[in-house]
Design a protein around this ligand. Sequence first.
Ligand code: UDP
Ligand code: MG
Length: 337
Amino acid sequence: MYNAAAPAGGTAAPAPLLSVVIPIYNEQEALPLTVERLRPILDALDVSYEVVGIDDGSTDATPAIMHKIRQDWPQLRIVRFARNSGHQAALTAGIHRAFGQYVVSIDADLQDPPEKIPEMLALAREQNLDIVYGVRGDRNTDTFFKRRTAGGYYWLMRKLVGKKMPAHAGDFRLLSRAAVNALKSLPEHQPVYRLLVPWLGFSSGEVVYDREERVAGSTKYPLSKMIRLALDSITNFSASPLRLATWLGAVSFVICFGLAVYTAIEYAAGATVPGWSSLFIGMLFIGGVQLICMGLLGEYVGRIYSAAQARPAYFVGYDSADELPSAATVPAAHSAR
Ligand code: UDP
Ligand code: MG
């Protein structure tokens, strides 16, 4: 593991104060607008900074645009994945590779206002905080569906992680070097940072912001990815769905026992019990319960399986930081996992 204070060996420039990590996937429309708004803000901060753009295997003009921007913005560092690996994997690469004393993660579509970055940094430095959450004050710009699903998601996550988790804190946040190192030490295979960071329990503050509309392009989070994130979140933090099997089993046992007693009484009273349809419904019910329980079990077994395989969550094809003349002599000591 590399030493954050000397990112590229003893000979290179000292670590920047601030790293801004941006996961980017097919953002050819949004990226130029994001850079246009972000750069003056960072320049005005008057601190050393780097912007780590994680190109999550984009298939549009994003890579070319990034290289063009970098030509007159040397603080932009380009890390390119060999293929699309997902938002959380991109965040992992960014957090693992950032050199800064503070690391801010922000989306590429300007839904998280970059104007809040100086506020986050000031708060962290003044109050000596390890985490500053960007908390959404208003979701009016999100679709009704997104608001509802997000509401349900955060309600469930607070039940799992506890009250430490601020409601509606997404992946726009600041982490100190201490928090970054703590995250790097975790063996998580499929990290969900919006849960892991509150779980760390480090000193934290909040900056409230209004979620803006995506500046251009369309969402890269289809329903399938949202469901995956939700499943990862639940299985990452709780085994209680497994206990559901026990409860469902107990409930169906009680129902069956009740029915058996009823049948015996009716039989003793000389009444014949018409039974085919109720028998069939009962069978379907038990079958359904069993399949649900097996499916739940499968979610966990599948995750244990992929954790046992321990395949990396992403492959970095290119990192512009490796091209620096001073870094060329240094072994690639900061490759993630
Ligand atoms: N993203 C990514 N890889 C993916 C999907 C998304 O790096 O497979 C990035 C995307 O470019 C954006 C951020 O993750 O910077 C959030 O995605 P998006 O804005 O599409 O999600 P939404 O805001 O609609 O939930
Ligand atoms: Mg977005």
